[in-house]
Every structure is written in C-alpha cells, then in structure tokens.
Write a protein that binds this ligand. Structure first.
Ligand code: ASP
Length: 342
C-alpha cells in the first residue's frame, strides 16, 4: 500500500462507535469524529484515509433499503477518487446490507469492505481496532497497479469473506460471522494471506454501475412443524406481495400435505415468485432428492441452491427493482450474478 492509495471510510453506526449511556447503561451510536480520535494508529498506515459519516449513525437493526441506497450513493459519488472503501456497520444486519450492496454495485473494480465489532472501540478489550486496521490494509491491496479485491466483502475476526455468503452466527463471540458455503477470501495472521483463486472476477472492461432501485414487496416464511394453512394463506395473500422465500428443511424439503402444495400452486398462478432456501446454515437445496421436495420441483419453485437467506432476500429486492420479466425471473435468480451461489 503506498501513500497514494486513498481509502474512504464510511461510518454508518454500530457497536464500533457506540458509548454507554450514563443513566441507562444501554449502548448507543455516537459521533464519528470521536471514533477516529480513538484510533491514533490510523495515522501509521501507509495510505490516505478520508472519512464520511451518516448524519445519524444507526444501530444496524434500524437499517433498511433506504440506507443501503445511501451507501451506494456515497460509493458511486466517490468511486473515481478512492482505490478502496471500508464501511463501518453494526454486525446485526451487516450480512443483509453487504449482500444488497454486492448486487447493487455492478462491475465493481474496487474493494468495498464491511466491518464492525462486538465491543466499542473505546473498550479495553475491543476487537474494533484489528477489524478496522486490517480492513483498511486489505482495501488498499494492489496487484499490477489495480486493486486486488474487486468485490463486496465482510471482514471480521481475522477472516475476509465474500459478503453475500455470510451470516451472523454469534451474538457474543468475536468470531461472529460464518460463510458456510464459500471459503474465506483472506485470513489474517502474522501476514494477510489472500486466496486469490477464490476472488470474484468482475466482467472485464464493463463499466461500473450503481443500481439503486430496490423493491421491498418481499417476504420470508420459515417452515416449522405444525404451521397451519391459515398462516401460510395469510402471508401468501399479502396484497401486492411479489416474491417470497420459503425457508425449508434440509435439502429443500417440505410437508407433502395437499393443502400446502395447492396454496403454493395458487400463489404461483397469481404471479408470486417463490424461492426455496434451506434453513440449514450449510449445504443447499436439491429439489427432487427426497419425495418431500418433489412436488416443489414439479411446481417449478425457484431453486435457491446454497444461497443464504440474507443473500436471497436482497437478491429478490434487487431483481424486482431491475424489473426482470416474470418469464425470465426464475432463470435469472438461479444464476449466480455476484458469486452468491454455487
Ligand atoms: N446492535 C449492534 C448493531 O448491529 C451490534 C453490533 O454493532 O455489532 O448495530
């Protein structure tokens, strides 16, 4: 990384920049300038760091697609001025935001690294400094005069992941994220070791574009033994619903009750896109492997393969926003567009 490498830090909120409120003892976001003051080590990095902050930093539970669009706006505005971007974000919904951004930023030629922490930066035992400093170093990595990483990633506790493959799995451990179906892109120990063969290769010579239309007329229905027809019917008939994820069991399995299959068939006929995603953190959907998924296969339910729920719901919002036609929606969803599925 050289002095000329310019990195833009985008602070959206999250524990990393929170302080304990004196009276209640609850954690809430605070001003970003104070955050930078807490890390004099940033001055030792061999790059130029500029920062920009959300006007009102958020606990990431308050993030929604409007905020995702705001992040895309910032990256689009400063795209030519910086070699890399680091987005500081709460860990709770970081996999959703970073998955959404992975779709929205098409033909990305630079790294966008999401990171945060489990403990505030001012805490004695904080994990924030390592996460932030290594993220900046990774964002500044160059090879042959161009950025080494050209995709949206998530860095946490010594591992760099493809963002749209991640899920938050622990509310307490420093190792809070997992990428069950794709290997880490890099690991940091004494050295930062990048697994170059696993990196995403964006389309050559295609121009970067930020797509900022997202459609939130989507839903997730997680199957559980005993769910009843009324509940399913209620969600499938939500007015104007365009697409739904069915979180199924194991390799994409579901009950074979007639009423269940008939409800799905009727919803499909009304034009609803239905995606089969497994509840299992690892592995994927394989419709037709068991009798309990054969009817779903015959119904032409969309195969979510090994996508995460976070990757799937944001992909639905993105594809609906791009106004993909109903006839090609299934084919497009089943195609990996940013390395989000195998
Ligand atoms: N509640 C916090 C948030 O997601 C947790 C964190 O930052 O890790 O904003």
């Amino acid at each position: 990384m050289s002095k000329r490498t310019r990195i833009l830090l985008i602070y959206t909120g999250g524990t990393i920049g929170m302080v304990k409120e004196y009276q209640t003892g609850t954690l809430k976001p605070f001003n970003f300038d104070k955050l930078v003051e807490q890390i004099p080590e940033l001055g030792q990095l061999d790059c130029t760091i500029h920062s920009i902050s959300f006007k009102h930093p958020l606990d990431s539970s308050n993030m929604n697609p409007t905020h995702w669009i705001h992040i895309a706006d910032i990256i689009e505005k400063y795209y030519e001025e910086y070699e890399g971007f680091v987005v500081l974000h709460g860990s709770d919904t970081m996999s959703y935001t970073s998955s959404a951004l992975s779709y929205m930023l098409e033909n990305l030629g630079k790294p966008v690294i999401f990171t945060g922490s489990q403990l505030p930066i001012g805490d004695l035992r904080t994990d924030a400094k390592e996460n932030l400093i290594t993220s900046i170093q990774i964002a500044g990595m160059q090879k042959g005069n161009r950025p080494l990483i050209r995709e949206v990633c998530l860095y946490f506790e010594h591992k760099l992941y493809r963002a749209n493959r991640t899920t938050k799995v622990n509310a307490e451990h420093f190792e809070a994220f997992m990428s069950p179906n794709y290997p880490p892109l890099a690991e940091s120990g004494v050295h930062i070791k990048v697994n170059e063969e696993d990196l995403w290769e964006p389309g050559r010579k295609r121009k970067f574009a930020a797509h900022k239309k997202l459609d939130d007329r989507v839903a997730i229905f997680k199957l559980f033994p005993g769910f009843n027809q009324q509940l399913l019917k209620g969600i499938l008939r939500v007015s104007d619903l365009q697409a739904i994820i069915l979180e199924t069991y194991g390799a994409g399995n579901a009950p074979t009750d007639r009423w269940f299959i008939e409800e799905l068939a009727a919803a499909k006929k009304r034009g609803l896109h239905i995606v089969n995603v497994t509840q299992c953190p690892g592995g994927g959907v394989s419709m037709g492997r068991y009798e309990t998924s054969e009817a779903l296969r015959r119904l032409q339910i969309i195969n979510g393969s090994d996508i995460t729920t976070e990757g799937a719901i944001t992909k639905l919002m993105y594809l609906l926003g791009r106004e993909i036609s109903s006839t090609s929606f299934k084919t497009v969803f089943e195609t990996s567009i940013r390395g989000e599925m195998s």
